[in-house]
Design a protein around this ligand. Structure first.
Ligand code: F6R
Length: 359
């Protein structure tokens, strides 16, 4: 069942390219986005979006918030479902309530959805499991079509959730005419290139296997990024924590100087997400500050970076989302190889369950 791969997680990382074509199929045409799941008047009366989710799904939600505001020009905020449930939130009926869940059974996310429904909000779920509790409770659902995910550490579910949310942001932009046909065409072109950006090359995998040797000790990892690469940094850190049991944190790169940089020394490994198409100079200067404090820098970028102790060159430098997906694969494989080297059970990390159906 592992088709020659050592772990389900590894298989699922490699599968992302083909699975992504399924996610896109029929929804993204040459000049138009189609979402049959949504009625023509689905967005009528909607002036804001709130997204609730947990864990990795929360990270795709954070990514989506940037996309909704930038592309669809709609206010969007994101909350961790377990926090939302008990904060006595103020909800208004012009808000679309989106839940994101791989399993569709996460207790906190399901309860958040029920609360929003009781408050009269329209709901939409982004889910990998048809007919799951969350799908059944929602007014509409868009399935991610990732196929069964076995590895406890989520990979292809995250990738496909993020894609569905990108498509949804563009669909709203198209319907509300907040994106011009020119911009839409460029975005569609990038979407159609995504399966290629997700292909794992032998060269990359071999490089990460070699690199993993250097990152077994030390006192922890910072994953840093800006904009959509900040949620990706959070997700990279979560993946590493889950399967390597090493301490890792994700940070917005611009926050380092507000405290975390105090930890910087050569035993602090910084995984720097340095996309060419998004605030490159800003992140570069953030990384330079860390390097000046002797942090060990692993730069992931299409552009070579002279201060990097280790450098992983990415191939795509034309669209932030292509860079996002390519860098996502790098962080997944890095976590995998570090975990393998430490002799951990990659698919069944200690203390974790695939589906969290209790609060
Ligand atoms: C991390 C992971 C978890 C889940 C979280 C929510 O790799 O898998 O953080 O993302 O438990 O699960 P779903 O998406 O099923 O609601």
């Amino acid at each position: 069942q592992k088709d020659g791969y050592r772990f389900f997680m590894e298989k699922e990382i490699y599968e992302q390219s083909t699975v992504m074509s399924e996610t896109i199929m029929g929804r993204v045409l040459a000049d138009k986005i189609i979402l049959d799941e949504l009625d023509d008047d689905f967005f009528e009366g909607i002036n804001a979006i709130k997204i609730c989710a947990c864990g990795t799904s929360y990270h795709s939600a954070l990514t989506a918030a940037y996309l909704f505001e930038r592309i669809s020009k709609i206010r969007c905020d994101v909350e961790i479902a377990s926090e939302f449930r008990y904060k006595e939130p103020l909800l208004s009926e012009d808000t679309l309530f989106i839940t994101i869940s791989q399993s569709g059974e996460t207790a906190d996310t399901l309860e958040a959805l029920k609360m929003a429904k009781r408050a009269g909000l329209k709901s939409l779920s982004i889910c990998n499991v048809d007919n799951s509790s969350i799908v059944r409770e929602s007014n509409a659902a868009i399935l991610t079509r990732a196929g069964i995910e076995k590895g406890v550490a989520s990979t292809k579910a995250f990738a496909t959730q993020t894609m569905v949310l990108w498509i949804l942001a563009l669909y709203m932009g198209q319907e509300k005419q907040t994106v011009s046909p020119d911009v839409l065409a460029k975005e569609i072109d990038a979407i159609l290139h995504t399966p290629k950006a997700l292909v794992v090359t032998d060269r990359l995998h071999a490089k990460l296997t070699r690199l993993s040797k250097r990152y077994l000790h030390g006192h922890g990892f910072f994953f840093i990024g800006r904009d959509i690469f900040f949620p990706l940094a959070l997700e990279g850190a979560l993946k590493l924590k889950e399967i390597s049991y090493l301490h890792a944190e994700g940070y917005p790169a611009g926050e380092m100087k507000h405290g975390p940089i105090a930890l910087a020394d050569s035993d602090l490994f910084t995984i720097a997400l340095m996309p060419k198409t998004m605030h490159y100079d800003k992140i570069k200067s953030n990384v330079e500050e860390l390097s000046a404090r002797d942090a060990t820098i692993c730069a992931i970028s299409p552009e070579s970076f002279e201060l990097a102790d280790d450098f992983i060159q990415t191939r795509y430098d034309t669209h932030p989302m292509l860079e996002f997906f390519e860098m996502m694969v790098v962080t997944q494989l890095l976590a995998l190889e570090i975990s393998v080297r430490l002799g951990n059970d990659v698919d069944m990390p200690r203390n974790l369950a695939k589906s969290v159906t209790v609060e």
